[in-house]
Design a binder for this molecule. Structure first.
Ligand code: PLP
Length: 401
């Protein structure tokens, strides 16, 4: 067995099999490229599910992290620290909101949004105790906690993990009539991904998000946008909601907020909404730690320049222009997405998403399949046009196009 096979056999013996990774063992990475333990270079077209929007080893982010490592890394929220105010004010400003509640992982931020909406419902809206309902969409992916998988429609995510948390109603994604029918006086929030990532980069029909915005405003329901994967530059705007001119009541952020260095997530909203929390009602030892704040502050500064959003928009247009003809060849049945983000459904005659991902790996391109037939393309936003073109040429070669 070679080094890679030996390592993978050992990993499989010592790690729970909760993922099905491609058989590559990465040792180093820079920009849009990763190098494995045997020195082979691969083009990264996944970018850690958008956690690496700014690329591997981004100099500005590494420097910000290193500088903070030498100062102070953790205080817990038992004490204030001197990076916290800037983090809260600058993130709130980026979102056009007022207050921030920091957490670490995406799932924790979604949990925080669920708790925020329920507490707001009881304290402000006046929903009777234990009656709060949150409306979500079929095909959603918001994380892996027991509460979050309680409102998943993916049998793999749910099976054998019950009993499930009540208080959620699932309606079809993109269906405004179903959304309208689901809202009652006990509905505290609608929780949606403005583009469904794990579902295969599903963009809802034009008018859907503005429709949800109007309905939620009319019915005094919080519109909570999970922009953990779609936000922070990926789609060519800071937030995917912006494409439809929508401002939600609550943003849920994660992934790229930590610059690919560490988990940083947050719920961002108005003082009316996040003001519902009192000491002891919610928290996290690591949420909002100095190192996280220093990295996120650099991420926010980079996003403020608009440079990454512009790059995602420009390269994204190119990506979709290049992918569209694959549909005409019949090798691909659908291409969806926005900005530098695409879901490509492979015609079954040309292999499953997994098989195509493995063949791409043999050609030194890394992507990840989802839901059987789909591959996702979401390179770091710093990828060069030449590298992107080379990656797309490998995809065409794998599909024989
Ligand atoms: C839209 C969305 N929400 C939440 C999550 C969960 O984030 P995490 O894996 O950091 O818990 C993800 C992760 O893929 C996601 O795409």
């Amino acid at each position: 067995m070679n080094t890679t096979d030996t390592l993978i056999a050992e990993i499989e013996a010592h790690s729970a099999h909760n993922y099905h990774p491609l058989p590559v063992v990465v040792a180093t990475a820079e920009g849009a490229w990763m190098t494995d333990v045997e020195g082979r270079r691969y083009l990264d077209l996944l970018a850690g599910y958008s956690a690496l929007n700014f690329g591997h080893g981004n100099r500005r982010l590494i420097d910000a992290a290193k500088a903070q490592l030498e100062r102070v890394t953790l205080t817990s929220r038992a004490f204030h620290h001197d990076r916290y105010l800037a983090f809260c004010t600058q993130l709130a400003e980026l979102c056009g909101m007022e207050m921030v509640l920091p957490m670490n992982t995406g799932a924790e931020a979604v949990e925080t949004a669920v708790k925020t909406a329920r507490k707001w419902g009881y304290r402000i809206k006046g929903v009777p105790a234990e009656m709060a309902k949150i409306v979500v969409a079929g095909g959603n992916f918001h994380g892996r906690t027991t509460t979050i998988i309680s409102f998943s429609t993916d049998p793999e995510a749910r099976a054998d993990f019950g009993p499930y948390t009540p208080g959620f109603e699932i309606v079809p994604y993109g269906d405004l009539t179903a959304m309208r029918a689901a809202l009652t006086e006990n509905t505290v929030a609608v929780l949606l991904e403005p583009i469904q990532g794990e579902a295969g980069v599903l963009v809802p029909p034009a008018g859907y998000l503005p429709g949800v915005r109007e309905l939620t405003r009319e019915r005094n329901v919080l519109f909570v946008a999970d922009e953990i994967q779609s936000g922070l530059g990926r789609t060519g705007r800071t937030f995917a909601c912006e494409h439809e001119g929508v401002v939600p009541d609550v943003y849920v952020l994660g992934k790229a907020l930590g610059g690919g260095i560490m988990p940083v997530s947050a719920v961002v909203s108005s003082a009316d909404v996040l003001g519902v929390f009192r000491p002891g009602e919610h928290g996290s030892t690591f949420g909002g730690n100095p190192l996280a704040c220093a990295v996120a502050l650099e991420v926010i500064a980079m996003l403020r320049s608009g440079e990454y959003q512009a790059r995602a928009a420009e390269l994204g247009e190119h990506l979709h222009r290049e992918l569209a003809p694959l549909k005409d060849t019949g090798r691909v049945t659908q291409v969806r997405g926005r900005g530098l983000w695409a879901g490509v459904d492979i015609h079954p005659r040309y292999g499953t998403g997994r098989e195509v991902s493995e063949k791409l790996m043999d050609r030194r391109v890394l992507v990840k399949d989802t839901h059987g037939a789909t591959i996702r393309i979401a390179p770091p936003l710093v990828i060069s046009k030449e590298d992107l073109d080379w990656g797309l040429a490998q995809l065409r070669a794998v599909l024989g196009a």
